[in-house]
Design a protein. Sequence first.
Length: 163
Amino acid sequence: MSLIVNLRQLENRNLELGGDLPALDLALDLRDDMIRATQPLHYELEVEMLDDSLLIQGRLRLKLECQCVRCLKDFEYELELDPWVLHLPLEPLEDEEAVPIKNDCVDLTPRVREDILLRFPQHPVCNPECGGLKKAKVGKALKTAGKEESKPSAWAELNKLKL
Ligand SMILES: [Zn+2]
């Protein structure tokens, strides 16, 4: 199942669409290991027929499973496009953006996929304050390094006093 609008249903009135699009149908091409999308996309849309195009307004919501790039912890990220507005020219307009019409139907899925991917977090972080693994390790290393350095120098100071 895809997110399909039947133009016949739009002849006299606006069409309201609501539901869930399974992750398999949304088929996001994810090359990033830090983000997984296994849950369905939730949509609530109103579709309006204009002269040679469709106007779609509403919202999209998708829960992503992310891995924090700093601390590697798994966390859930809710991607929300609200409002989501799409102006969709229809065939046979001489427009690169025009979508094909098949059996009076238009498939919104490719455009939804495109816009969802554009809004993906670039570097998912579990929390803006996340210090991450690296920082914690570096901090510890600095502390121990400091101790090791201060020990001999303290002894050196004592030796100086004795002399
Ligand atoms: Zn984190």
